[in-house]
Design a protein around this ligand. Structure first.
Ligand SMILES: Cc1ncc(COP(=O)(O)O)c(C=O)c1O
Length: 385
């Protein structure tokens, strides 16, 4: 069967080598992630078409890897609220503090966006079996989207992953394997499983489409701010897909003429017990040496050596942002503040983002009058037994 070429191609983020997008794609032969490059971007006039569309991430289908006539594998992901946080703003001296609350996604976290896109593409390429290493939430999302696609999911998670998250992976039919170690150890097990069985490895940045799904965080945010950029985005960073995806979205929107002005400064928040990006940023390095003995209650931030390190650091520097670490005590208190002062059931990673915003303000990197968006990336209930 002859198939029409897809209207995008893949470009290596490091060596620039390109390839056609047909079939399944892993990383470039140089070992670095591919990024999706579209043949065309929608003109600003195409914005009016959005009025007719549902509030899911697929309303931005022209910005996503979906060919004419293709249907996504979807559970209605995206369309999450951008909530003002007036009490926290007043208490901490911000004039405009917003929380993008990703806990309302199917499967309870922002991981739904990336896995919906990755499973969609792989399913269109004929995949029937997937594997992922996870700090937890990506495993829940893969299990659900694989089920939605009628496919199998093998999930490798650290034995220390919160029990409710593990139970959700099994609820969606995921074949869960616990690993004594961190997500890097789970990654090695996932790659071995993929090469032994042919399962598609949808690890962070080992295929190019999770970033495209996460890009919708940025598209949606800008639409919710009436097609303007905020001043600062504060994002809890583990593997960095959301940060990289948003930065890609802001660049594409600016190039397409959909939004004017300066894109936001991007800030990564990490846990003090696992802060490879913060250390590399402060050292002026362009990649992250492995963080030894990673430890934090924010499971999603326990990533000792992100594959997308170069892309994360590039986004922070190009945007004029920075990286900051917070302790588990700080992130726990901040999650509790989001819960009790604003009614937002923040996960520990969302707590880290708020704690990071407070730290950045205390250091004078974020100013009181600025429009600041903090990401609550998942639901707090997933972390409670
Ligand atoms: C709730 C939550 N927040 C943040 C992260 C880190 O996300 P990223 O890999 O996009 O940096 C994770 C990753 O597992 C997560 O589960």
């Amino acid at each position: 069967m002859k198939t029409a070429p897809l209207p995008w191609s893949l470009e290596c983020s490091a060596c620039g080598k390109t390839r056609a997008a047909q079939g399944l794609a892993g990383v470039c032969e140089c070992g670095q992630p591919y990024l999706v490059r579209y043949a065309a971007v929608p003109p600003p006039g195409a914005r009016s078409a959005l009025a007719e569309r549902d509030w899911t991430m697929w309303r931005y289908r022209e910005w996503l890897p979906l060919a004419e006539g293709e249907q996504p594998v979807t559970l209605g992901e995206g369309g999450t609220p951008l909530l003002p946080a007036p009490r926290l703003a007043a208490q901490h001296g911000f004039s405009q503090l917003w929380v993008k609350d990703e806990s309302t996604n199917p499967t309870g976290s922002f991981k739904a966006r990336g896995l919906a896109a990755a499973v969609t593409r792989a399913a269109h390429a004929g995949a029937a079996s997937f594997v992922v290493p996870t700090a937890g939430n990506a495993g829940v999302a893969l299990a659900a989207y694989a089920a939605r696609a009628g496919a199998q999911a093998r999930v490798y998670a650290p034995a220390s992953t919160p029990a409710t998250i593990l139970s959700q992976i099994k609820t969606f039919g995921g074949d869960l394997v616990l690993v004594e170690g961190h997500i890097g150890d789970c990654g090695a097990a996932a790659r071995a499983f993929a090469s032994a069985t042919g399962a598609v490895d949808v690890s962070t940045l080992r295929e190019p489409y999770r970033i495209e799904g996460k890009k919708t965080l940025g598209l949606e945010l800008v639409e919710q701010l009436d097609w303007t950029f905020p001043d600062a985005v504060v994002y809890p960073t583990g593997g960095g897909t959301g940060l990289i995806g948003m930065w890609k979205a802001f660049g594409e929107l600016a190039r397409a003429g959909w939004v004017g002005g300066m894109p936001p400064r991007m800030y990564s928040v990490q846990a003090a017990g696992c802060a490879p990006v913060v250390r590399a940023f402060e050292d002026g390095a362009d990649s992250c040496p492995e963080w030894r003995d990673p430890s934090t209650i924010a499971a999603g931030l326990r990533v000792p050596r992100p594959l997308g390190d170069r892309l994360i650091l590039r986004a922070l520097r190009e945007s004029g942002g920075a990286a900051v670490a917070v302790t588990d005590a700080q992130l726990r208190t901040a999650a509790c503040e989001l819960q009790t002062s604003e009614g937002i059931d923040a996960c520990p990673e969302g707590g880290a983002a708020l704690a990071g915003a407070l730290e950045l303000k205390a250091r004078g990197l974020i100013r009181a009058r600025e429009r600041v968006v903090v990401f609550n990336t998942g639901a707090g209930w997933l972390y409670r037994a």
